[in-house]
Design a protein around this ligand. Structure first.
Ligand code: GLN
Length: 532
């Protein structure tokens, strides 16, 4: 039977519960345990797919085509797990399901209520993940902060689950903050006491406290926190700031967190080995031999979370090449103003990520042109690939008005356009081309050289596609169709002949990159940038 770890957060948001959960997953895997991680988001959207990056950051896509919270990206990067739509539940999804059942008559005669109907539905979803994934431990991260009205049904559900499962089958970890007050030179424990107090009011006693802190926690402080929060001193874990997120598993290991979890869950006889991770990922991050400057040209560059997986995958590409990747975030709208040259001084590679909507499009096209004409390695992802096609059509093939119909519905040359099935779409939620699709790579291409196999599978999230009517004219001028989704004859990868490294892919390779298994395209993009 699977055991459960419930992770909650207190005091403030953005304490890194996602990375903490992912790191715990990693540590338990190094103990030989099979682990899965589930994120519960208390908002009422059914999924984050319809949310703006300003609201939500990146939307992470799973193999089975679910649009999920970006924490699932952390979970997949830190662990060996492949997650599905069931690994992310939202209050919206829960309510939708309960209301659908009510309309169907499943609860006939009953008043439908938050307790028990909503809480039962949450418990059912959590137990389903344990059952379907056949794992030893399920880590359940509850989004939001203790005290939020909207997370209450989730907290009540995990309170009940903990009671139902009993000792040694479930434990609660609370991530909290110990703010350091400069004027008195002290670390304050009161917010943590209040936060734990809030949890206990609703019947949850944390077993372990993960204390986020800038400074080391003294023994005296640990004892004080333990006393007031009703935990043992060894269960007060220091979660100090680290330079690279991939150092977190080692930092927790030093605090004996994995041993403590195993003790509390009564799991015995597992060895731990974080050597590979520490020797490869952490060592190369801390002491890289080389250095490279990569420009990411997007419209949400001021938001650290909007292109989360892209930034991480670039770091992984750096790890593969033993190089530090300095990421320069360039606002595509700025590129529309002046000459692009000044933005790309000392840049060794240009990446244009995915995106939606008109704003900043022409700046991205300029960046692509600059990369193509100056033999700078270029990596276009999803919208980046579509715009690389537009740029090539305009500036190499002379189709001056070439565009995607996303930006110009009546363009004379719609080199990127909608498939017939997308014309019929009326609901915006979950109706894009989503999830993993097969792709066949052609011989003599950069892509095949990177993957070293002809058949690949990558994740998608888009509505528009390369328009096959333009294949001949584009390829006759040197655009290479490097990858095809064969059963539907869809162009998945384009390259430019004779260029140092110019690859645009319709899919999102960043979702499958891990620090210890860097994605081949990111690896080769960085390798090419190192030759500039
Ligand atoms: N807006 C484009 C489309 O829908 C690209 C999407 C993306 O980059 N994820 O096809």
């Amino acid at each position: 039977m699977s055991k459960f770890i419930f992770v909650t957060g207190g005091v403030v948001s953005s304490l890194g519960k996602g990375i903490a959960s992912a790191s715990i997953g990693k540590l338990l895997e190094t103990r030989g345990l099979r682990v899965t991680i589930l994120k519960c988001d208390p908002y009422l959207n059914v999924d984050p797919g319809t949310m703006n990056p300003y609201q939500h950051g990146e939307v992470y896509v799973t193999d089975d085509g679910a649009e999920t919270d970006l924490d699932l990206g952390h979970y997949e990067r830190f662990t060996s797990g492949h997650f599905t739509k069931d690994n992310n539940i939202t209050a919206g999804k829960i309510y939708y399901s309960v209301i659908t059942k009510e309309r169907r008559g499943d609860y006939l005669g009953k008043t439908v209520q938050i307790i028990p109907h909503i809480t039962d539905e949450i418990k059912c979803c959590i137990r389903k993940v344990a059952k379907d994934h056949d794992v030893d431990v399920v880590i359940v991260e509850i989004g939001g902060t203790v005290g939020d009205i909207e997370s209450l049904p989730f907290l009540e559900a995990i309170r009940q689950l903990r009671w139902e499962l009993g000792e040694h089958y479930a434990l609660n970890i609370h991530v909290t903050l110990l703010p350091y007050i400069k004027s008195c030179g002290e670390q304050k424990t009161k917010p943590t006491q209040h936060s734990v107090g809030r949890l206990r009011e609703i019947g949850i006693q944390p077993d372990i406290l993960l204390c986020r802190t800038e400074k080391p926690i003294s023994q005296e402080q640990r004892e004080k926190i333990a006393l007031f929060c009703n935990v043992d001193v060894e269960s007060v874990i220091e979660a100090a700031d680290v330079k690279h997120i991939y150092e977190c598993p080692s930092a927790f290991k030093k605090e004996n967190l994995d041993a403590l979890i195993l003790k509390k869950l009564n799991i015995k006889n597992h060895d731990r080995d974080l050597k590979e991770w520490e020797g490869y990922v952490v060592k190369r991050l801390k002491h890289p031999k080389h250095e490279v400057n990569i420009a990411v040209v997007g419209k949400y560059i001021q938001l650290p979370d909007a292109y989360k997986s892209i930034y991480e995958a670039l770091v992984h590409g750096g790890i593969a090449n033993d190089a530090r990747v300095n990421i320069f975030k360039i606002d595509s709208e700025d590129l529309e103003k002046g000459k692009p040259d000044k933005y790309f001084k000392d840049i060794h590679g240009i990446l244009v990520p995915g995106g939606f909507g008109q704003r900043g499009i022409e700046g991205k096209v300029r960046a692509i042109r600059f990369a193509r004409e100056n033999d700078i390695p270029f990596f276009g992802i999803c919208l980046g690939m579509q715009l690389a096609t537009v740029e090539f059509a305009r500036n190499v093939c002379g189709l001056k008005s070439a565009n995607s119909t996303e930006f110009d519905k009546t363009t004379k040359d719609p080199v990127i356009s909608l498939l017939a099935e997308q014309h019929q779409v009326t609901n915006m939620g979950a109706t894009m081309r989503l999830g993993a699709y097969q792709c066949h790579l052609e011989k003599d291409t950069r892509s095949l050289a990177a993957y070293r196999k002809e058949e690949i599978s990558e994740r998608h999230r888009h509505r528009f596609e390369f328009n096959n009517d333009y294949r001949d004219v584009l390829t006759s001028k040197g655009l290479v169709i490097a990858g095809i989704h064969t059963s539907r004859n869809l162009v998945e990868v384009v390259e430019v002949k004779g260029h140092r490294w110019f690859v645009g892919c319709q899919f999102h390779p960043e979702f499958q990159s891990k620090p210890d298994k860097p994605h081949p395209l990111f690896r080769d993009f960085i390798a090419a940038a190192l030759t500039v």
